[in-house]
Design a protein around this ligand. Structure first.
Ligand code: ADP
Ligand code: MG
Length: 269
């Protein structure tokens, strides 16, 4: 069975015009196979359309991954859950499915001393969510606060915060690193208020709430911010020994036995 001649140059142009790059590349091979194997026209059309859709999904995920600015190499596959008994793999897997919390703007808070895997785990959760179709932005809190302060000076703070709405999840790493001079402006509070019950945040902190007065201009605002954050939140207390320190000790060989983390470690670093 041979197809009647068509104007392939025109077809290529039309597929460009329609923005169907996968079909443009694939159709000659698919058409040949269809002719050889006697596929019906409907089967050929549906095969081509399915490939275009899959390719579109792949490109979208790639774009969202680039926008997410996640930490390279930090995945759930490379995260050892055995070191952190209070965080179960099953719970994290449920979180990365997204649907139970992201649509409602619920939050996740990760507390723990330096080196226990807060950044690793949050970036890995972000990666899994992007792969599941959500949009995520990972940022050091101080970097974002700096940008929002600039936006405030330029009188575009509201629109800068509104632009972040496109991200279903904003990962604010190391909120307690916000410096005193940054705390004097309330951009972080405004961000938290704007996203409250609408858009999710995942926040990591090496200091407990009691020490958050340094992050906001005054204690009343700290209270109001914490209140909004924890209202619909899952909180993980990752109080274990630093993975980094343990890895360094392992590299040195047998030495003193690992010590248990104490709450005092929370404020170290
Ligand atoms: P934190 O943000 O809590 O200070 P990080 O996420 O930066 O800690 O972790 C420090 C280093 O140890 C990183 O290289 C991270 O990949 C690694 N790490 C921490 N916890 C784990 C873990 N449970 N499994 C694998 N790697 C880990
Ligand atoms: Mg970190």
């Amino acid at each position: 069975m041979t197809s009647p001649a068509i104007d392939t140059a025109r077809l290529t142009l039309a597929l460009n015009e329609l923005r169907l790059p996968a079909i443009k590349v694939l159709w000659p091979r698919f058409a040949e196979q269809a002719d050889k194997e006697g596929w019906g026209a409907a089967r050929l059309l549906s095969a081509l359309v399915e490939h275009e859709l899959a390719e579109r999904d792949r490109r979208r995920t790639e774009r969202h991954l680039a926008q997410a600015r996640l930490l390279p190499g930090k995945t759930l596959e490379t995260f050892d859950f055995a070191t952190i008994p209070m965080v179960s793999k099953a719970h994290v897997n449920a979180i990365t499915a997204g649907d139970s919390w992201i649509g409602k703007g619920d939050n996740i808070l990760l507390f723990g001393p330096p080196g226990v895997g807060k950044s690793h785990l949050s970036s890995a959760i972000g990666l899994a969510l992007v792969e599941n179709g959500y949009r995520v932005l990972f940022t050091r809190t101080t970097d974002l606060v700096q940008k929002l302060q600039q936006a405030r000076r330029d009188l575009i703070l509201e629109s800068a915060i509104a632009k972040l709405d496109k991200f279903h999840l904003l990962i604010l790493d190391d909120i307690a690193y916000v410096t005193k001079d940054q705390a004097e402006t309330s951009v972080l509070f405004e961000l938290i208020s704007a996203r409250y019950e609408r858009r999710s945040m995942l926040i990591t902190a090496n200091k407990p709430f009691g020490a958050w007065d340094a992050i906001f201009p005054d204690p009343a605002m700290t209270l109001a911010a914490v209140d909004r954050l924890v209202h619909h939140a899952t909180i993980f207390e990752m109080t274990v020994e630093s993975y980094r320190r343990k890895a360094a000790e392992r590299a040195k060989g047998p030495g003193r036995p690992p010590q248990k983390a104490s709450p005092a470690d929370m404020t170290a670093d």
